[in-house]
Write a protein that binds this ligand. Structure first.
Ligand code: NDP
Length: 335
């Protein structure tokens, strides 16, 4: 499979180019950048043959089978629609778009062309999260009562740019991190949040966008979910706790791009350290995407998953802005 990169981004540079090249028979054939000099330097640095500055030229390249979109968030929709119109499979970064309607349009366009469309939610690709999901579904903690997500980090300096000051580009911690937490909760529980309440604010980094948020979500089953995301917490560990009638799972340092952390199950017999696979999260996601393109299974997170994580995040933002409980609006075609 030959890939085109739409966006000369940090995430492609740090993780995705390697994850694509780790798959047998996969190549990165071209990159698109809006800046010729920076794009050319990026292509050279990453040993990519072709650098385009026009979207039509990249998506019109008949030698490319798929695109990976990792530009700023407001560009995902037009770029995905152009790639789909040109017959390319699409792996798109989160948040898929700026609104649920836009995200639905992208997913529907790919479905209409019979193309694979996936969302790059890496956390559900982690061995730790897969192990936790399996513990829950095997009944190891009984009936789930509550879930708490700890995802307050210090945003690394090189990622601060548009994320902390550009609402029009999709900045803010809610589109950046809450979407991942929404996806992880849905992955664990196989159900979609119904309603949310939230408080958000700027605590030292955000300029015109929130850098911190706490929210509480109600689930159809009655499970209570609490989630905390921030860009401004240098010493906070990340984690997730799932509490049930017969046990609790506490996972530490697992809300991350790396295959690290610890998972402990506590029940009537005491504490049990849970072993999990330490595979690369992004390679796992690209492998599932490639298999789906080949007709074997589904992507780790498909388009519908990306629509739903965005819907939850936007509801959290609305709830924080209004001070009211907000019903999550998944759009017209929710399954
Ligand atoms: P970057 O800021 O690195 O890149 C985004 C865009 O900014 C690029 O497309 C590029 O434009 C432009 N750009 C990059 N470097 C420079 C520079 N030095 N000067 C001027 N412009 C520059 O973004 P990220 O890689 O952090 O994020 C990109 C997308 O990926 C976002 O949607 C984000 O939410 C998502 N993401 C997902 C992660 C995950 O784990 N799933 C992790 C991190 C990000 P051009 O292409 O035109 O050159």
């Amino acid at each position: 499979m030959r890939w085109g990169l739409i966006g000369a981004s940090t995430i492609a540079s740090e993780w995705m180019i390697d994850a694509i090249r780790a798959q047998a028979g996969h190549e990165v054939g071209a990159v698109l950048s809006s800046d010729r000099a920076r794009g050319a330097a990026y292509a050279r640095r990453h040993d990519i043959d072709t650098c385009h500055t026009e979207l039509d030229a990249l998506v019109g390249d008949a030698g490319l089978d798929a695109v990976y979109i990792s530009t700023t968030n407001e560009k995902h929709r037009p770029q995905a629609l152009a790639a789909i119109a040109a017959g390319k499979h699409v792996l798109c970064e989160k948040p898929l778009a700026m609104s649920v309607a836009e995200a639905r349009e992208m997913v529907a366009a790919a479905a209409a062309r019979g193309l694979t469309f996936a969302t790059n939610h890496h956390l559900r690709c982690a061995g730790s999260h897969i192990a936790i999901r399996e513990l829950i579904s095997a009944g190891r903690i009984g009936e789930v009562l509550s879930l708490r997500v700890f995802h307050a980090v210090e945003l690394p300096e090189h990622l601060r740019g548009w994320r902390i000051d550009n609402a029009a580009a999709g900045g803010g911690v809610i589109p950046d991190i809450t979407v991942h937490d929404a996806d992880t909760v849905r992955f664990y529980l196989d159900e979609d949040p119904l309603e949310v309440v939230a408080r958000a604010g700027a605590s030292g980094m955000g300029d015109g966008v929130e850098d911190s948020v706490m929210s509480v979500w109600s689930m159809p089953s009655g499970v209570m979910v609490q989630s905390h995301e921030s860009f401004t917490h240098p010493y906070a560990h990340t984690g997730i706790e799932v509490h049930g009638t017969r046990g609790s799972i506490v996972a530490r340092d697992v809300m991350t791009q790396r295959p690290v952390g610890e998972v402990t199950l506590t029940d009537a017999d005491g504490d049990h350290a849970i072993d999990f696979s330490k595979h690369n999260l992004y390679e796992h996601g690209v492998a599932a995407f490639a298999a789906a393109v080949a007709g074997d299974g589904r992507p780790a997170a498909d388009g519908e998953d990306g629509v739903k994580s965005l819907a939850v995040a936007l509801a959290v933002r609305d709830a924080a802005a209004s001070g009211r409980a907000v019903t999550v609006d998944y759009g017209r075609d929710a399954r």
